[in-house]
Design a protein around this ligand. Structure first.
Ligand SMILES: Cc1cc2nc3c(=O)[nH]c(=O)nc-3n(C[C@H](O)[C@H](O)[C@H](O)COP(=O)(O)O)c2cc1C
Length: 377
């Protein structure tokens, strides 16, 4: 029998992506992760039956690990939308428990992405209207004037406790781990990045000091859950309001930030980039996830335009994206540059994406249509 090029690409995808992987105490059936994506379909912060079906459908179609949309921790300044799910409160957690159960019944694994938006928050929206936006220095990205509250030690301790409580709740109600949202210019990233962290106390200054707040959250989360419960930390160079921002200009700076986080108890890093094929630093082909694995020795998730040819920022401007091939991704995975791959828009578009890729049904893959942003199917 002659093996055609597309047949061999299909079997390579299946071979590379269908291997199970162990993250601390959790075995994930394959290498495909659903990237966290805010959907705002949870009125009152409660995920309902439609949210449950949306996740369970993707687990049934072969996604190994689902990272939920960002879900607010229990702190008054954590969020701004009443339609973003919350990870505190009886009704909210009862809704989440059903989601976890449904994903397990479909053969998948699931972690909530725990989120505090910090200074990104615009005040005044119910049900969060009374609390001020908070951040390391009260600075919004791109503004030089202080418009929010620079966090006091009490605020720091309250937020650390809120993350730890949410993580404990995640384990109690049946989730498989947690992801801490340390990316994209939200609260943890506001501390990590010198552009928003102007503090002169122990939480500001060099990269290690800027990582102290996130490391305290990791340590508190680690002690609130069982030792084998995986703690994933998502981070990025880019910010929602500053695409070209960088936390670290060199591998040495990146190592200074990641080492205390790993030491505090991170099991897995999730390195968020917009295009996974771009080298992160000069002189090496490694992407941000590749560098993270090399510097920390921890399992790493990559992300960014997997299966598509254009980055996701365009999605927020209502643009679609054409299909891209997986060759470069599979090459990198075969070299063990990273361990898992997270997929965002392609999985919004097509709940069956993982089954199609694992089954070599490449001709059935769909380009990304911006209309999938506003529907929950
Ligand atoms: C609609 C939408 C919502 C998103 N919400 C989140 C979020 O809540 N948390 C997060 O860390 N990233 C969020 N992202 C970023 C994605 O997790 C992912 O990193 C990005 O879409 C790139 O992957 P892709 O190119 O496969 O879409 C969101 C992306 C989209 C398109």
């Amino acid at each position: 029998m002659t093996v055609t090029a597309s047949e061999s690409a299909a079997s390579r995808a299946a071979q590379v992506l269908s291997r199970p992987v162990t993250l601390n105490g959790l075995t994930v059936p394959n290498r495909i992760v659903m990237a966290p994506m805010t959907r705002m379909f949870s009125p009152g912060g409660v995920p309902g039956e439609d949210v449950l079906s949306y996740y369970a459908r993707r687990a049934a179609a072969g996604v190994g690990l689902i990272v939920t949309e960002g879900t607010y921790v229990g702190h008054d300044s954590a969020g701004e939308s009443s339609r973003v799910p919350r990870f505190h409160g009886e009704e909210q957690l009862a809704g989440w428990a059903k989601v976890a159960e449904a994903v397990h019944a479909a053969g998948g694994t699931i972690v909530p992405q725990l989120w505090h938006i910090g200074m990104v928050r615009k005040p005044g929206r119910p049900p969060f209207h009374e609390a001020p936006p908070v951040g390391p220095s009260g600075l919004r990205i791109g503004e030089s004037e202080v418009t929010g509250k620079a966090m006091t030690q009490q605020d720091v301790d309250d937020v650390v406790a809120a993350f730890a409580e949410a993580a404990a709740a995640a384990e109690r109600i049946g989730f498989d781990g947690v992801e801490l949202h340390g990316a994209h210019g939200y609260l943890l990233d506001q501390f990590l990045w010198a552009g928003t962290n102007r503090r002169t106390d122990a939480y500001g200054g060099d990269p290690v000091a800027r990582a102290k707040f996130a490391a305290e959250i990791v340590a508190a989360v680690r002690s609130a859950v069982s030792p084998e419960f995986p703690v994933i930390f998502r981070y990025s160079q880019w910010k929602q309001e500053a695409y070209d921002a960088r936390l670290a200009e060199t591998p040495e700076e990146l190592e200074a930030i990641l080492t205390p986080l790993a030491a505090a108890g991170v099991d897995v890093f999730h390195a968020s980039t917009r295009r996974y094929w771009l080298p992160e630093f000069e002189g090496s082909d490694l992407n941000l996830a590749g560098w993270t694995k090399k510097l920390t020795g921890k399992p790493v998730i990559t992300v960014g335009s997997v299966g598509l040819d254009g980055d996701f920022i365009k999605a927020f401007q209502g643009e679609g994206a054409a299909l891209g091939n997986l060759d470069n991704l599979l090459d990198r995975m075969e070299r063990d540059e990273f361990d898992m791959v997270a997929v965002g828009r392609a999985l919004l578009q097509d709940p069956e994406w993982a089954a199609k890729v694992l089954g070599g049904r490449f001709d059935e893959l769909e380009p990304y249509d911006a209309a999938s942003m506003t529907r929950l199917t």
